[in-house]
Ligand binder design. Structure first.
Ligand code: SF4
Ligand code: SF4
Length: 247
C-alpha cells in the first residue's frame, strides 16, 4: 500500500476526522500487520478479563527479529478473517478504551529522541496519508497536540518509551542477535506478566537481586508497576545493571 509521510508540528491543524460517516469506516482495522507492545497487551487482556497467557495464546503470534533476536508479538492472522483485527465490529472497536497505542495515534506516526544529559523526551510526528483512508481534507480547528490529547495516548507513550529505552540499551550493550535464553528473559519480563509474577513469588527469579518489600507488595496489586519491575528485572538479567525500582 503506497503511503505519504508528512512531518507535522504540534501546532499544525490536523485536517482529519475519523468516524462512521466515512466510507472507509473500519477498513484500517481489516488489514493489520500490527505489532503489540507490552503495555498494549496489558491493557487489552485486562479489558477482556484474561490472563496474559490466555491472551497471548488466543490472539497473538510470536516471532523474533532476524538481526536482534528480540521477541515481536503481533495480532494472529485468522484463517477465516485473514488480517482483520479480532476486535473490530460493524459498530467500530469493541475494546476502544483499551485499544493499542498505534490505533490511537493513526494516522500519525511518532518518533522520539531522549536527551542523554537531561533524560527529556522530544517527540516528532508525521501524518501518514494512505489512499484507503478518507478522513483527510476535513476542516477542523484541532491541532496535532489537541487531537492527540483526545486520543488519551500519554500513558501508552510513557510505557512504550520505556520499552524503546530498553531496546536502545540492548543495541548498545548486546548489539548482535540475542540467544534463545536471553530472548526468553525478555518475553517473560515484558509480555507474559502473569507467569513472571508467579515465578517472582513461587520460583527463584529473584535469587540474585534484593527487592524491597514495598516493591514486592506493589507489584502484586498493580500491573503497571509489575511491567516497570519486569523492565528493571530484564535490565538486571541481560545487562547486569542494578535495578533502580523506580515507579
Ligand atoms: S484494536 Fe480496535 S482500533 Fe485497533 S485495529 Fe482492532 S478494532 Fe481497530
Ligand atoms: S481508514 Fe482512516 S478515516 Fe477510515 S476508519 Fe480508518 S482511520 Fe478512520
Amino acid at each position: 500500500m503506497s503511503e505519504d509521510m508528512k512531518p507535522v508540528a504540534p501546532g499544525t491543524l490536523m485536517g482529519f476526522r475519523c468516524g462512521s460517516e466515512n466510507e472507509c469506516f473500519n477498513d484500517c482495522c481489516r488489514d493489520l500487520h500490527q505489532t503489540l507492545t507490552p503495555y498494549d497487551i496489558l491493557r487489552l487482556r485486562k479489558n477482556l478479563g484474561m490472563t496474559s497467557q490466555e491472551f497471548l495464546k488466543h490472539y497473538t503470534s510470536l516471532h523474533y527479529g532476524p538481526e536482534s533476536g528480540l521477541p515481536v508479538v503481533c495480532f494472529k492472522a485468522n484463517p477465516g478473517t485473514g488480517h482483520e483485527c479480532p476486535f473490530v465490529t460493524a459498530d467500530g472497536c469493541s475494546v476502544y478504551k483499551d485499544r493499542p497505542a498505534s490505533c490511537r495515534i493513526y494516522p500519525l506516526a511518532r518518533a522520539i529522541a531522549r536527551s542523554r544529559e537531561t533524560g527529556k523526551v522530544s517527540e516528532f510526528f508525521a501524518l501518514i496519508e494512505e489512499p484507503h483512508c478518507k478522513g483527510f481534507g476535513v476542516k477542523t480547528d484541532l491541532t496535532v497536540e489537541e487531537w492527540l490529547k483526545g486520543q488519551d495516548v500519554q500513558t501508552h507513550n510513557e510505557h512504550n518509551d520505556a520499552l524503546m529505552d530498553l531496546i536502545s540499551l540492548k543495541n548498545r550493550i548486546l548489539p548482535g542477535k540475542l540467544e534463545g535464553a536471553q530472548a526468553d528473559i525478555f518475553y517473560l519480563g515484558l509480555y507474559d506478566l502473569d507467569e513472571f509474577l508467579s515465578r517472582v513469588f513461587n520460583g527463584n527469579l529473584l535469587e540474585t537481586v534484593s527487592v524491597p518489600k514495598a516493591i514486592l507488595k506493589k507489584i502484586r496489586m498493580d500491573d503497571e508497576a509489575l511491567l516497570n519491575f519486569g523492565i528493571a528485572w530484564v535490565t538486571w538479567m541481560l545487562f547486569g545493571i542494578q535495578p533502580s525500582f523506580g515507579d
